[in-house]
Design a protein around this ligand. Structure first.
Ligand code: PLP
Length: 408
C-alpha cells in the first residue's frame, strides 16, 4: 500500500495567488465592465530581447542537423554558459570560482526547493518574515517545520521579523538555527542589505557553523553602489554560503526557464559524527541523479545575454521596470502612503493606511480602483498591514493604476 508523505497535508490548500485569482475572477464576473489592472503579478511582461531570440533560432537550427545536434547535455550545464557566468557575474566583481562550483538549472525555484535533499530533517531553518513562500513550504514538505501555531508561525522554524521599525533589516536570531535563508534584493519587500549589513550575517554564520542559502534572483535590479550583487563579495562567505541566481527577472526567462546555483567547494556541513563534508560534491551527486540538465537551446539563449548587445537589451528592460517602480512608489507616496523598496528591486512594499489589514485593503483597492495588489500577510504574519505591488506591468497600466489610487 502506498502511503503519502503526511507533511503535504500540513500545507495550506489555498495558495495566496490562487486566492487572489479567485477574488479577482468573482469581481470581474459581477462587474464585466471593469478594466482591472494587475500590480500583483510577479511575472515579467516584456518579450525576450532580440539577441536572445537570435541565439534561440541559431540553437534550434543546430538541433536540426546531424553534425550539430545535441542530446543529453552535462547535468550541471554546458561549459560555454558556466564560464561566461563566472567571467561576467563573478570575476568582474573580484570573485573567483571553478567551473565545478556553478550548476545550471531550470530556475532558482527548483534549486531552492531541491537543496533541502542534502540536509537532515532535524535541521532548524530560519527565514525572514515576510518571506518568499517556497523556502517555508519546501521545508514543511520535508518535515522540518513542526506544527503551525495560531500566530501563523511553524513551531520548528526561526523567524526573523522585517518591518518598518527595523527598516526591514533582520536582527540576528536569539536561537541559533542550522540554515538561514536570505533573499536580497528582497521579495516581497523590495528592500536590500548593504555590504556591512550582509557581513554581519556572514560573520554570524562563520562563528556558529550556520549555512546561508542566499537567493539573489533580483540582483540585476540593484542600482545603489553599496548593495552587494553576490554574497561572495563579503569576505569569508565562500565557506558558509550557497547562492541562487535566476535569468527569470534578469532577462525575461520566466517561461524559458534557466537559473544557476553556486556551491563553492569550501562550503561544508556536519555529518552525524561531527566531521565536515563538502556540499559541492553532494549537490553534484543529487543533480546527476535527479536532474538531466537544462535544454541546450535555453543555455545558448542565457549565454547570449552576456554579449555586449545582449547586456544593452536586457538592461533596457530592467530600466523600464525600474521606472515603473519609481512611478508606483512616487505615486503612492504622493497619496500619503508609506512605501518601501522599488529602488533596487521590482517590488514596492506599501503600508496600508489607518492600520487596515492586508486583505481588507486588497478588497478596497480592487473594488474602488479596479487594481490588484498582493496582500502582504500572504508572505507571513509580519506582512499584515502591508501590500506588495510589482513593477512588471506595462507603463500605461502603472500610470493608470497610480491615478486610480487617488480615489482612495
Ligand atoms: N526567488 C525569488 C525570491 C523569487 O521571487 C522567484 C520568483 O518569483 C524565484 C526565486 C524563482 O525564480 P525562477 O523563475 O528562476 O524559478
Amino acid at each position: 500500500m502506498a502511503c503519502i508523505n503526511n507533511n503535504f497535508l500540513k500545507i495550506h490548500e489555498s495558495y495566496l495567488f490562487t486566492e487572489i485569482a479567485h477574488k479577482v475572477a468573482n469581481y470581474k464576473a459581477s462587474h464585466p465592465e471593469a478594466s482591472v489592472i494587475s500590480l500583483g503579478i510577479g511575472d515579467v511582461t516584456r518579450p525576450l530581447c532580440p539577441t536572445v531570440i537570435q541565439a534561440l533560432h541559431k540553437a534550434v537550427d543546430e538541433m536540426a542537423s546531424g553534425e550539430t545536434f545535441r542530446g543529453y547535455g552535462p547535468e550541471h550545464g554546458y561549459k560555454f554558459l558556466i564560464q561566461t557566468i563566472i567571467k561576467h557575474d563573478y570575476n568582474s566583481r573580484g570573485i573567483s570560482l571553478d567551473d565545478e562550483e556553478v550548476f545550471i538549472s531550470d530556475g532558482a525555484k527548483s534549486d531552492l526547493g531541491n537543496i533541502g535533499d542534502l540536509f537532515d530533517f532535524g535541521n532548524v531553518i530560519a527565514v525572514t518574515d515576510p518571506v518568499y513562500p517556497v523556502y517555508v513550504d519546501s521545508n514543511v514538505m520535508a518535515g522540518r517545520a513542526g506544527i503551525m501555531g495560531k500566530d501563523g508561525h511553524w513551531s520548528n522554524i526561526v523567524y526573523l521579523p522585517c518591518c518598518s521599525e527595523n527598516k526591514f533589516v533582520p536582527e540576528l536570531p536569539t536561537t541559533v538555527p542550522d540554515i538561514i535563508y536570505l533573499c536580497y534584493p528582497n521579495n516581497p519587500t523590495g528592500t536590500t542589505l548593504t555590504k556591512t549589513q550582509l557581513k554581519v550575517w556572514v560573520d554570524y554564520a562563520r562563528e556558529h557553523g550556520v549555512l546561508i542559502l542566499f537567493d539573489s534572483a533580483y540582483e540585476a535590479f540593484i542600482t545603489e553602489p553599496d548593495v552587494p550583487h553576490s554574497i561572495y563579495e563579503i569576505p569569508g562567505a565562500k565557506d558558509v554560503a550557497i547562492e541562487f541566481r535566476s535569468f527569470s527577472k534578469t532577462a525575461g526567462f520566466t517561461g524559458l526557464r534557466c537559473g544557476y546555483t553556486v556551491v563553492p567547494k569550501t562550503v561544508t556541513a556536519s555529518t552525524s559524527d561531527g566531521s565536515r563534508i563538502a556540499l559541492n560534491h553532494l549537490w553534484n551527486r543529487r543533480q546527476c541523479t535527479k536532474f538531466n540538465g537544462t535544454a541546450y537551446i535555453v543555455q545558448r539563449a542565457a549565454e547570449a545575454i552576456y554579449s555586449e548587445q545582449g547586456q544593452k537589451e536586457i538592461k533596457e528592460n530592467i530600466a523600464y521596470y525600474l521606472l515603473n517602480a519609481k512611478i508606483i512608489r512616487d505615486g503612492l507616496s504622493y497619496e500619503g502612503m508609506k512605501v518601501y523598496g522599488g529602488v533596487n528591486a521590482p517590488y514596492i512594499w506599501a503600508k496600508t493606511p489607518d492600520g487596515v489589514d492586508s486583505w481588507s485593503f486588497f478588497d478596497k483597492v480592487l473594488t474602488k480602483c479596479n487594481v490588484v495588489v498582493t496582500p502582504g500577510v500572504g508572505f507571513g504574519p509580519q506582512g499584515e498591514g502591508y501590500v506588495r505591488l510589482t513593477a512588471f506591468g506595462s507603463r500605461e497600466n502603472c500610470v493608470e493604476a497610480v491615478k486610480r489610487f487617488a480615489k482612495l
